[in-house]
Design a protein around this ligand. Sequence first.
Ligand SMILES: Nc1nc2c(c(=O)[nH]1)N[C@H]1C(S)=C(S)[C@@H](COP(=O)(O)OP(=O)(O)OC[C@H]3O[C@@H](n4cnc5c(=O)[nH]c(N)nc54)[C@H](O)[C@@H]3O)O[C@H]1N2
Ligand SMILES: Nc1nc2c(c(=O)[nH]1)N[C@H]1C(S)=C(S)[C@@H](COP(=O)(O)OP(=O)(O)OC[C@H]3O[C@@H](n4cnc5c(=O)[nH]c(N)nc54)[C@H](O)[C@@H]3O)O[C@H]1N2
Ligand code: SF4
Ligand SMILES: [Mo]
Length: 758
Amino acid sequence: MSDIQTFFRTCPLCEATCGLEVTVSITAKGREVTRIRGDRDDVFSHGFICPKGSTLKQLHDDPDRLRKPLVKRNGVHVEVEWAEAWDEVAGRLGEIIEQHGRESVATYLGNPGAHSLSAMLYNRSLLQGLGTRRRFSASTVDQMPKQVAAGYMFGTGVSVAVPDLDRTDFVLMLGANPYASNGSLCTAPDFPGRLEAMRARGGRLVVVDPRRSRTAEEADTWLPIRPGSDALFLMAIVHTLITEDLVNLDERIAGLVAGLDEIRAASANFAPEVVASATGIDASTTRALARDLVAAPTSVVYGRIGTTTTEFGTTASWLVDVVNVLTGNLDRPGGAMFTKPVLGGPTTRGKSGSGAGFRIGRGGGRTQVRGYPEVMGEYPVAALAEEITEAGEQRVRALVTVAGNPVLSTPHSDQLAKAFEQLDFMVSVDMYLNETTRHADVVLPPPSQLQREHYDVALYPFAIRNVANFSERVLPLDDGQPDEWEVLLKLALIAQGFGPDADPIAADDATIDSLVRHGVSDSGSPIHGRDPEEIIAALDASGRKGPARTIDYMLQTGPYGAAFGSNPGGASLDLLLANPHGVDYGALEPRLPDALRTKSGRIELAPPELLADVPRLRKAIDELSNRDLVLVGRRHLRSNNSWMHNIEVLVKGKARCTLHVHPEDASRFGVSDGGVARVTSRVGSVDAVVEVTEAIRPGVVSLPHGWGHGVPGTRLRVAAERAGVNSNVLTDHEAIDPLSGTSVLNGIPVTVAPIAGS
Ligand SMILES: Nc1nc2c(c(=O)[nH]1)N[C@H]1C(S)=C(S)[C@@H](COP(=O)(O)OP(=O)(O)OC[C@H]3O[C@@H](n4cnc5c(=O)[nH]c(N)nc54)[C@H](O)[C@@H]3O)O[C@H]1N2
Ligand SMILES: Nc1nc2c(c(=O)[nH]1)N[C@H]1C(S)=C(S)[C@@H](COP(=O)(O)OP(=O)(O)OC[C@H]3O[C@@H](n4cnc5c(=O)[nH]c(N)nc54)[C@H](O)[C@@H]3O)O[C@H]1N2
Ligand code: SF4
Ligand SMILES: [Mo]
């Protein structure tokens, strides 16, 4: 006898937020997932799913996935009960904090934290509990440049304008490959389908990428740019728009823009003819493109990883939006638009239309060794190793990682792995014993993705529609397994000195209490002036704790919120539970000037911090023109950064961790398809299998990141069989975009040589 139950939940594996239909069979022996497919009724994804979505079952069932904490005893990780793990953390972390202070502890927060409701709501408590400024994360190997540029231009680090894919007539895409990645800083389930729909209605797609990616293959035009030169290319477009008198601002935007004259002056020296040798894109193409962007009924420029993780990441990200403004496409349907997230956020709170603005270096803190300033509350991860090994008495002695694998994901990884060996203590919240967590003294596993509640706190603020969707747990927690938020809160409490028996639930009650009290005294809140006890009683009436209760509060007090009775039918957790396929609050709407939070209340087209970088850009022309061979990365639809290579169905088939080499380069360097080549950079070298392909520009080779498994002390049996090599052995910790602290992961100077006998 078995019962069948169906759950609808959002896939937490990438930014696309696809709806899944999960079928569970319930028998006397327990619950088992029998099928996962796309939820056809999902209000946003309409049934779309990629090959990773259905593997939540394999992830849950993976025998290598940790279900109990691990503690390192005599160099070997052994499984222990939770109480023992907490004792270990309390003893050793407590001692380090007591002896050396809070700044002796560093944190690294990884990417899946942005996809975990617990981490999104409780990492903050953890950081506060630890009280250290030495915070690092995957943001500085990813999107930080876009956030910094958006911050200076529009006022907050989340004021990122997203391409209005469903209504645009023209997408100029740089350094993104949504056919593999499914999109980033642009949440749009079935991104490829939306691009195809655009082309079907007569629109045009131009892809700028040194590789002929899947997306480039599907495009009307592929422009094989030289890596690292996107900022120059975009500056040449700006130059053309201005000198050919194509700037096209409507009255509303014209009245909001500051800095047009400065942009004119800054772009004067960047004629398309001047930058062509550096970008590899001829001037007539650039000029024609600038004209086409203006001539199209609507158009949008969108840049991602290939533009952000470069020497001019912030400058390129800035220029993307300068072009969007100048072509008249900022904040209008079909252009680049601001979201109005259902949970609210920095662009919906506080005074409408202006704010404190954005700056870096807040609090005056700097890294000890190279003196990097704070950016959005953290330091460049490329500086983590030296903060452990070279900061003398001020060195980092303990590390807390949550959902991160920096040993495979961040630059000069051999150096980082060695630095980890010098730590006095390391604790990781993670579900695998991998290349990073093998260094941890204690590993604390979260429950599996199917055992948790979900809401995309981090991703809906970048979605092309304003939507809300809450997912209930599909499978129950294992016996004794704390939820991920309880693990994070407990760590926070231990760091504050409350000991191994501290109660996360009581701490959560206190947190919600202070949230509510803050809300009722905030004149901008829809619950301003209400009785806090009434609100707390309403929240508690459901019996919910943890993330679900906090989300309910955020939904109710957000821009569409039910506001605890004052806006009947408004957003609340009950509403979402009654709508398991999600609630769609519609396409994006123009939000300016309301969404601005700059001090001036204007769109800052030419922030001084960004203008100051222009001379560096001008100087780079010669160097970029003369580069011989550089390395770039790539993603594959069936990978997810470093951590899903233990799922057999995703890794089977042709080896994917190969070095793409153009035929001309293959003969130049004497390497051949299927042979092994040694790739060497300033900091390291790896031996990779060569794949000769025309789908890459000569002078550029490509290796995906996230590989290099099979290291002793890890427990990833499937991944070890297809280990691949770690491309971040080659990336250079000294190569950093100075404006955002973000690493250069694309455009790494390398040499390639055959390995004898291969
Ligand atoms: N299947 C899958 N999906 C993922 C991920 C994954 O690992 N696998 N990771 C997720 C994460 S964390 C993120 S941040 C997103 C990233 O999403 P995307 O930004 O779409 O990332 P990629 O697919 O790596 O595409 C980047 C492209 O930039 C190109 N490129 C490299 N250097 C340059 C350059 O200098 N200029 C230009 N114009 N192009 C360049 C590369 O050839 C590559 O095709 O994907 C997310 N989705
Ligand atoms: N050369 C090069 N390097 C890159 C990139 C590139 O394009 N080229 N891309 C960069 C980008 S965009 C990113 S985002 C980073 C990613 O860098 P990281 O975030 O450091 O690495 P991931 O590979 O995402 O590893 C995630 C870790 O989280 C664990 N995990 C998975 N789900 C959960 C969960 O729900 N809870 C917890 N607690 N743990 C979980 C996994 O087991 C794994 O250890 O890599 C960056 N590195
Ligand atoms: S595209 Fe992303 S969200 Fe959608 S099923 Fe695949 S991994 Fe999940
Ligand atoms: Mo990322």
